[in-house]
Design a protein around this ligand. Structure first.
Ligand SMILES: N[C@@H](CCC(=O)N[C@@H](CS)C(=O)NCC(=O)O)C(=O)O
Length: 200
């Protein structure tokens, strides 16, 4: 089996979240920069990796994984020695999965609606409810803290922390001025692995 781990990304994209995860893991990987601003992600070579023409993507042991949340969860399980995924029989696994899926399925679409000033979809029909409800849920997620799993930092923090940090960098409403969320973002940004992704 070819154990190579190839990371397709671009520093100015969601790939930074996967970069953060790889730095937390401290495993070797081969970075490939995809210049999507110049159309490289829409060329046949890259569409063969990700038919969506989007970064990030990884290829590990010959298998392609796309979607930031899925890549982060996959890597946490593939490298259990880093301790970023609760074991399959650990009850904390439920909380861990919950917030990984929440990041992709609730927070991101709600954030996009807000940032694009789209008219709100009916709260009961939209699977992601509303931006305000998502932020309330995130506040609850951070109690008691300091991390999603309490004292234990995990891949769920890599993803949710990155998404919140990303939202803050776009001045998304009610993030920087929410003391609990802002303090969490600061804790995430202070991690040496995160720092390496911004100074790279
Ligand atoms: N659902 C995907 C979204 C990935 C995404 O939208 N990536 C953007 C950069 S942040 C991209 O590759 N854009 C280039 C394009 O669509 O051509 C994920 O979570 O990984």
């Amino acid at each position: 089996m070819n154990d190579e781990l190839v990371f397709y990304g671009n520093p100015r994209s969601r790939a930074q979240m996967v970069h953060f995860m790889l730095e937390e893991l401290g495993v070797p990987y081969r970075p490939v920069v995809v210049d999507f601003q110049n159309g490289e992600s829409r060329q046949p070579d890259y569409l063969a990796v990700n038919p969506m023409g989007k970064v990030p993507a990884i290829v590990h042991r010959g298998v392609t994984v796309t979607e930031t949340g899925a890549i982060i969860a996959y890597l946490a399980d593939a490298f259990p020695q880093a301790g970023l995924a609760p074991a399959i029989d650990d009850p904390a696994r439920g909380t861990w999965l919950r917030w990984l899926f929440f990041g992709a399925g609730v927070f991101e679409p709600a954030l996009l609606d807000k940032m694009m000033q789209r008219p709100e979809a009916p709260r009961a029909t939209a699977g992601y409810g509303s931006y305000e409800d998502a932020l309330h849920a995130i506040e609850a997620m951070l109690q008691p803290g300091p991390w999603i799993l309490g004292e234990r930092f995990s891949a769920a923090d890599v993803y949710m922390g990155s998404e919140l940090s990303w939202a803050a960098s776009f001045n998304a409403p009610d993030i920087a001025d929410n003391p609990r969320i802002a303090a969490y973002i600061e804790r995430v940004r202070a991690r040496p692995a995160y720092q390496r992704t911004v100074s790279a």
